[in-house]
Design a protein around this ligand. Sequence first.
Ligand code: WT7
Length: 576
Amino acid sequence: MEKEIHKNNKIPPNLKDYAETCKKFRWEDVKKELGLDTKGGVNIATNAIDAHADTWRRNKVALYWEGSGEERKKYTFGEMRQESNRVGNMLKSLGVNKGDRVFVFLPRIPELYISIIGIAKIGAVAGPMFSAFGPEAIRDRLKDSGAKVLITDASLRERVHQVWDELPELKTVVVTRLPETERLWKAEIHYEREIEKASYDLGVEQISLEDPLYMLYTSGTTGKPKGVVHVQNDMISHYITTKWALDLHEEDVYWCSADPGWVTGTVYGLWGPWLNGASQVVFEGRYDAERWYSVMEQYGVTVWYTAPTALRMLMKAGEEPVKRHDLSALRYICSVGEPLNPEVIRWGMDVYGLCIHDTWWQTETGSILITNYPSMPIRPGSMGKPFPGVEAAIIDAQGKELPPGSSGILAIRPGWPSMMRTLWKDEKRYKEYFQIPGWYTTGDTAHMDKDGYFWFIGRADDVIMTAGHRVGPFEVESALVEHKAVAEAGVIGKPDPERGQIIKAFLVLREGFSPSDELKDDIKEFIKHRLSAHAYPREIQFCESVPKTRSGKIMRRLLKARELGLPEGDLSTLEE
Ligand code: WT7
């Protein structure tokens, strides 16, 4: 496919020779390239924003913002510096200190990006939360992290009100876009009014590369979401992976469709591109084929980072909407989050004339670790090859490296700069990633071919990937049993052509409730509002019982096998 890759790509790639680069690569050199002189301390916001504002890039657009409606705004690097300084000063006046957690619960509006940068500037820890989260999801995150301040807006604050009583450590809630007619509640303050008072000058906190920068909660098979903690040092990975894997150049206009409430949106929709001094587009709205292409056309998007589910939906929307727009600026497309079907790659070749490049990584890895490069031929269906400086392998349960062609655990040699540093207050679960000596285990199974390309097989655990979002079955089950009609719940991921997987729930009803479609709808709505719009079960099946082990664990493996008509496997632990 090599020839086609360069069809629309007249710019020479940043990474010219993969094999050669791997040989010579040293993380130290990237650190030097970033000018990270750690003697006097560092701050990612200096490298991503302020340093550019000190050069000719002061007047270069950092952010093109397109609202869901008619609203448009743009911010230069100079303006981003000033606005984020004000946020930093506002937070300081609220008593936020280095290391304090400040959570951000906002739609994709400029304040979201500016706030995260402002938080970093004073050495606090940013916790972005996806705007579809319901009160339960918000409460778990704010409570576990002990967030001191939350920044939210008029449309979302009501969900915070519902759980505020359970959050003793939450001192202040800053609300943006609050209409004149609405009153502040409890310890809420106006974002705009406070910002107005804040100075444009801020001494950016100079901290250590190992000081925490942001935290994001992600799901595992068991328990509540885990708070993955990332540090300043991540910027080394952010910078170089954006440069080589996403191939961002000075003249690019880049669009990442992910929300900063997910790791892709924080790393590649904020830090990575700005560390590279690139102009990026943020679109506030949801997926919509027509609107997405119109965004790309208007801003002349050249590099686009998106997800397989979105691409599959665009494929379904067909070629007509593509033809109605001028996408001639587009030169490079990347994808992440779930397996990228070869069919989608072929379709992309046809309609965009470009090859879609798959990238693989996780919230925990903090940056792209396995990927396809513009200068390397892709093999449709493969995630590509390890990033220079990253050692990936397929291993067995004892940590033995398996030969090409064998399936096993996808594992990474610890030591890349953006590896998570801990799970917030949960060292025990953190250690579980490193149980096989010498390796970080990913929870994915994969194989490697004889030429070193990695191929995804599946998750080794019960984690569900739905439309690129990671959902833990336990969280959904816990929320389900809070519904008055539900006695027991078992939740699995069921294969779905568009979303990769959908969430399916098997429910045992309480005495006095009987199965009906209305009840199904009611339960779906309940989860959508309590937990999150991305995590509700699209399919519900009522049953007499949910299979459990003798120790009371739900046997999701068995539910799944039955659902898919697969062999039921070892049933010796099944409770009769
Ligand atoms: C899990 C991590 C990091 C951004 C998005 C998701 C799955 C990720 C791919 C890919 C097949 C993929 C894995 C991984 N995944 N990229 N290219 N092909 N699967 O981050 O929520 O932390 O989920 O997403 O199962 O373990 P996340």
